[in-house]
Design a protein around this ligand. Structure first.
Ligand SMILES: [Zn+2]
Length: 283
């Protein structure tokens, strides 16, 4: 029905912290309005960090080696917000429910990103049993319902790409239709993963499956260089292109560049649709 010169294009934002939702998402809603893009926001309803797991995370990062080009949370958030996140550690989606609802009402998709705590999920979820995962997801779905978003939640993306067979069992039992737990440049199509539709991310920073703009900036690329690289990625993933970012970065200091990327995509006939639409084949 639509005239599309390019293929299917999705842009996903993972809401990991208070700054993501409070400062980043309102700008992204505005950019969506300007460019006609519809996004998927994977929302953390619980807390951002787990203090006991922070030490473990820093060990993991060191273990990843110097090749992983990423900015640290401290670099991205700045000292004040990093300190506030670590000390106050609020319930993210629950506290700023109005902004989530505003995104939802503007036609963007709200999907789920973990459970009660992004940090503990990232560090420990693969070891959790089914009852623990059910408890986490039911808690988060209840928070979404209380935020006034009680329909159309069909997608799930796991914090830091963690998964386990038990996670997919719970997601199927709870009526989820798709996951986005795979990030690889060689994935160019929707597939099935543990009997759920899998929408891959194929525009991100590698190695380490990190957010796209963050990765390019860590490589010291300027705006024209990132734009050219993005265009090359859209061409490379002609049938299906899915990019990934965090609102606290791409929606704040990089919102100008984000808008340029989306405008460039729209100019070549690629208007971002939600991952739910891609999963259901209507993208
Ligand atoms: Zn995340």
């Amino acid at each position: 029905m639509t005239i599309r010169m390019g293929g299917i294009f999705g842009f996903r934002f993972d809401i990991d912290s208070e700054k993501c939702l409070r400062d980043g998402v309102p700008n992204i809603i505005r950019i969506g309005r300007k460019t006609g893009a519809r996004f998927t926001f994977f929302a953390s309803m619980g807390r951002a960090v787990s203090i006991p797991h922070m030490f473990m995370n820093s060990r993991t990062r060191e273990g990843a080696g110097p090749d992983v080009k990423r900015l640290s949370a401290l670099q991205k958030l700045g000292p004040l917000d990093f300190f506030k996140t670590a000390v106050f550690n609020p319930l993210i989606g629950a506290r700023y429910a109005g902004i989530l609802r505003e995104a939802w009402e503007a036609g963007h998709e709200i999907a789920l990103h973990g459970g009660k705590n992004h940090g503990s999920w990232a560090a420990a979820m693969p070891g959790w049993d089914r009852a623990r995962i059910e408890n986490e997801i039911d808690w988060a779905m209840d928070r979404l319902a209380r935020a006034g978003i009680d329909g159309g939640i069909t997608g799930f993306a796991s914090p830091c790409w963690r998964d386990s067979p038990a996670l997919y069992e719970v997601l199927r039992a709870r009526g989820f239709k798709y996951t986005s737990n795979v990030a690889s440049e060689s994935e160019d199509a929707v597939s099935l993963l543990h009997n759920l539709v899998s929408v891959p991310v194929n525009i991100c920073g590698q190695p380490g499956r990190v957010a796209y703009i963050e990765h390019k900036r860590a490589q010291d690329m300027n705006d024209p260089e990132v734009l050219a690289d993005f265009e090359m990625n859209l061409e490379k993933h002609a049938a299906l292109a899915v990019a990934f970012e965090h609102p606290y970065y791409a929606g704040t200091r990089e919102s100008g560049l984000l808008e340029k990327l989306l405008q460039k995509a729209a100019d070549s006939g690629r208007r971002a649709v939600t991952l739910r639409e891609i999963a259901s084949g209507s993208g």
